[in-house]
Ligand binder design. Structure first.
Ligand SMILES: [Zn+2]
Length: 248
């Protein structure tokens, strides 16, 4: 069909654009994922280091490792977020540039394309063409409408990579600090137990929040999160204990 032929040049990245929108729309959900990442990675790190250094009886090694783990993980998350959002923005800007060039070089085809979109929605041929022609009287209006109708993006609403980087740094940091808190107060087995309890309770809370976003069973989702956290703790605890015995 003519519509498909005409529109093909700027439809190749539809999928990515929709993903981008989903991410943009889910700031709270992204924060919960960040907290979850920080929590699971640091509760496991803290437990591994605690198990390896338990003979020393001091919490300072755990605190050093935990704070390093927090900063390293948060920085890596922030960098990853920045790079991916920057790339998505550049992709959208590229799509808009192609669309603008097409609007300038091939306006008749673009009018037909837009009219076809309205027709597909049930508007009669003449009205659809008149409407499309009216929109095309101003290229900025036309670009805006084509971007929304064909690319599914609001050209005025491009993601903020620096903001996303800062948010993911903070979210990871919040998750990562939780299992460390007991170590600022006490040490040894008491801190270890408290760390695991804090970690599992927070994992359950993360599961609850995710269940709210995804509208799935709260108990199942929370149990799954707790399972992941507990599994990560068990692995690093065993490996930490073995390492501690091997190197001491
Ligand atoms: Zn177009």
């Amino acid at each position: 069909m003519a519509i498909i032929d005409g529109a093909a040049h700027h439809h190749s990245h539809d999928h990515m654009v929709h993903q981008h929108r989903a991410v943009q729309g889910g700031t709270a959900r992204a924060a919960v994922f960040g907290i979850s990442d920080g929590l699971v990675s640091n509760v496991a790190l803290v437990l591994g280091v605690a198990a390896a250094t338990s003979t020393a009886g001091s919490g300072s090694a755990v605190i050093v490792a935990g704070v390093s783990g927090l900063l390293a993980g948060a920085a890596s998350m922030a960098a990853g977020e920045y790079v991916s959002m920057k790339a998505q923005n550049e992709l959208i800007e590229r799509e808009l540039r192609i669309e603008r060039e097409s609007l300038l070089s091939n306006p008749k085809m673009e009018v037909r394309e837009l009219a076809a979109i309205y027709e597909a929605r049930g508007i009669d041929e003449d009205t659809a063409r008149d409407f499309a022609e009216a929109i095309h009287e101003d290229i900025e209006v036309a670009l805006d409408v084509h971007a929304r109708e064909e690319l599914g993006v609001d050209p005025n609403d491009i993601g903020d990579p620096a903001g996303a980087a800062i948010s993911s740094f903070i979210a990871f940091g919040i998750g990562a600090i939780l299992p460390l808190i007991p170590w600022f107060i006490t040490a040894g087995v008491a801190a270890m137990v408290a760390s695991v309890i804090v970690g599992l309770v927070a994992a359950a809370a993360v599961g609850w929040a995710l269940a709210v976003f995804t509208e799935r069973s709260i108990i199942k989702t929370a149990a799954r999160q707790v399972g992941w956290a507990a599994g990560a703790c068990a692995i690093t605890f065993v490996i930490g204990s073995l390492l501690g015995t091997a190197i001491s």
